[in-house]
Structure formats: structure tokens, C-alpha cells
Ligand binder design. Structure first.
Ligand code: HEC
Ligand code: HEC
Length: 251
């Protein structure tokens, strides 16, 4: 009986895994199969001896040359081109300009390294991820962030705006209220946290000394007392969770 059960189990599980359609993860596959030559970042890092054009450049370029204007053309033009090119690349087919083609050389065929189904997932990911509009928005948001005073950058990055705002009382007192305290108290509270000092606030101000350097705490204190004072909320407060690009740790 046990033997039969085991057989049935085998049949069941075997049957299941046969029928399950494999779902390909384009992001994972592009890392595995293409990242050794193409830089995948948006915007890309630049290297001295690039083996291939960055993927962002490849996709922007292809969309442009194929005159893709509607998303349906992802299926009729973009994906089929990538599927074919990666397996059968040639000078004639390449949209790459002559100079770049000469400096990089034609892409070596990836036949045997990647299947047609995997390429479908990779090409879909490429089309969706390297999106000009999205890139433009990210760059604008990043430029706006970089233009903020350093103190505000640190504050946004560390989630201070989850509890504080410039003028309005929130979970914590407004920066305008806080600015009237003396400098040492402000720095001490940022470093060690505080609870029960201000009337009407029930949440605990967390300690930041393990996240922030002395220098960052000083910058924050000066920012609160100079720049932040009198500043009005002009746009919805963003915290770091909404920051789409990676902010360097050293700001
Ligand atoms: C061994 C290095 C190498 C690998 C691996 C590689 N590529 Fe390339 N690829 C290149 C080079 C070099 C070029 C530029 C010359 C050209 O257009 O053929 C290129 C160009 C391209 C182009 C642009 C063709 C055009 O007309 O402009 C596409 C699309 C492309 N690669 C997709 C991929 C995909 C998808 C993968 C992963 C499955 C991949 N490549 C893996 C080296 C590589
Ligand atoms: C979880 C919510 C929360 C977060 C996040 C938070 N605070 Fe606070 N903060 C408070 C509360 C609540 C108080 C009032 C504490 C009290 O009454 O003792 C406070 C008070 C302060 C004070 C008052 C200083 C004083 O001694 O009077 C300063 C300065 C301050 N926060 C700065 C910051 C900075 C800078 C950040 C980000 C690095 C931050 N806070 C993040 C909730 C928060």
C-alpha cells in the first residue's frame, strides 16, 4: 500500500511540474546572460574599456531607429529583433553606428547561452525598464533632490519628514518650533532621541547616533536653525522610500 501511495505521489508531483509553465524572470536573466558585456544601470556607469554599449543606450537607440511610437510595437518589432539579433548578430542587421561597431566589434552570437523564450522575457524587460519618460522623470527628481540644501537631503534620506514638517505640527513638532531650541539640545536629541519633553507629542523621537555621523548631526542642526526655518511646504513631503534612485550613503 505504501508503495502504491509513493507511486501516486510521484505521478502527481511529476505531472504537476511537467504542466507548470515556467515563468521567466527577465530582470534575473538579463543579469545572468547579458551583464558581463552590457552595463545595465540607468543611467549607466561608464568604463574605460567597455565591451559593449550600455543597455540603456541600446534600447533608447533601437526604439528610436525602429520609430517605435506605440507600445504594441514592442511585440511586432522590438522583441522579435532582439530575439533574432542575439542569436544571429551581424554588421548588416545592427543599428549600431559604424564607429561604435568598429570599436566594439559585432556582438558574438549568444546561441546556446540563451533560449528564445528567455530572450522574450529579457526583451520585454528591456523595453519596459529602459523607458525614456521614466528616465527623464528620474533625472528631474534627482536634479531637484541634488539642489536641496545638504541638511534637507540628509533629513529626507533618513525619514525625518515621516514625523516632522517645516511649519505644521505632525507626529513631532515642526522644524519652525524646534529651531527656537538651543543648538546643543537639538544635536543631543538627534543623537540620543527624546520622549516627553514636548507637550502633546506621544511618539518617541528615535536616536540617530548609530545612523548619522557627528558631522551629519551638525549639518542637520544648522539646517534646522537656518535654512529650514521659515521654509514652507511647497510639495508633498517625500521620504526616502519614495526616492527612486539610489542615494549615495555619504551625503
Ligand atoms: C560577449 C559580450 C556580449 C554579450 C554576452 C551580450 N552582448 Fe549584446 N552586444 C555586444 C556588443 C559588442 C554589441 C555592439 C555591437 C553590435 O551591435 O553588434 C552588442 C549589441 C547588442 C544589441 C544592439 C544591436 C543593435 O542593432 O544596435 C542588442 C539588442 C543586444 N546586444 C542585446 C543583448 C542581449 C539581450 C544580451 C543577453 C542575452 C546580450 N546582448 C549579450 C556584446 C555582447
Ligand atoms: C518616529 C517619528 C520621528 C522621527 C522619524 C524623527 N523625529 Fe524628531 N521628534 C519626534 C518627536 C515625537 C519629538 C518630540 C520629542 C519629545 O517630546 O521629547 C521630536 C523632536 C525632535 C527635535 C527636538 C529637539 C529638542 O530637544 O527639543 C529635533 C531637533 C528633532 N526631532 C529632529 C529630528 C531629525 C533631524 C530627524 C531625522 C534625522 C527626526 N527628528 C526624526 C519624532 C520623530
Amino acid at each position: 500500500m505504501r508503495y502504491i501511495l509513493a507511486l501516486v505521489a510521484l505521478w502527481l508531483f511529476g505531472g504537476c511540474s511537467d504542466e507548470k509553465k515556467v515563468r521567466y524572470d527577465g530582470e534575473m536573466l538579463i543579469e545572468q546572460k547579458c551583464a558581463m558585456c552590457h552595463n545595465l544601470k540607468m543611467p549607466p556607469d561608464t568604463y574605460e574599456d567597455e565591451k559593449a554599449p550600455p543597455m540603456m543606450a541600446v534600447v533608447f537607440h533601437l526604439k528610436d531607429f525602429m520609430k517605435i511610437t506605440m507600445d504594441e510595437e514592442k511585440f511586432s518589432k522590438f522583441i522579435p529583433f532582439v530575439q533574432d539579433y542575439v542569436i544571429n548578430p551581424s554588421k548588416e542587421k545592427s543599428y549600431c553606428d559604424k564607429e561604435s561597431l568598429e570599436s566594439y566589434g559585432v556582438m558574438p552570437s549568444q546561441k546556446g547561452n540563451v533560449t528564445e523564450d528567455e530572450l522574450e522575457a529579457i526583451a520585454t524587460y528591456m523595453y519596459d525598464f529602459y523607458d525614456q519618460q521614466k528616465y527623464l522623470k528620474q533625472m528631474q527628481a534627482k536634479a531637484a533632490f541634488d539642489a536641496l540644501p545638504k541638511g534637507e537631503q540628509i533629513a529626507r534620506k533618513n525619514g525625518c519628514f515621516n514625523c516632522h514638517s517645516f511649519e505644521k505640527k505632525g507626529v513631532g513638532p515642526s522644524f519652525a518650533m524646534i529651531a527656537k531650541q538651543n543648538a546643543k539640545e537639538i544635536k543631543d536629541t538627534i543623537a540620543n532621541g527624546s520622549h516627553g519633553k514636548w507637550e502633546g507629542f506621544h511618539v518617541m523621537m528615535p536616536a540617530f547616533k548609530s545612523h548619522l555621523t557627528q558631522e551629519h548631526i551638525l549639518i542637520l542642526q544648522q539646517w534646522i536653525q537656518k535654512d529650514a526655518f521659515g521654509k514652507q511646504e511647497t510639495k508633498p513631503v517625500k521620504n526616502r522610500v519614495e526616492t527612486p534612485w539610489k542615494v549615495k550613503n555619504d551625503i
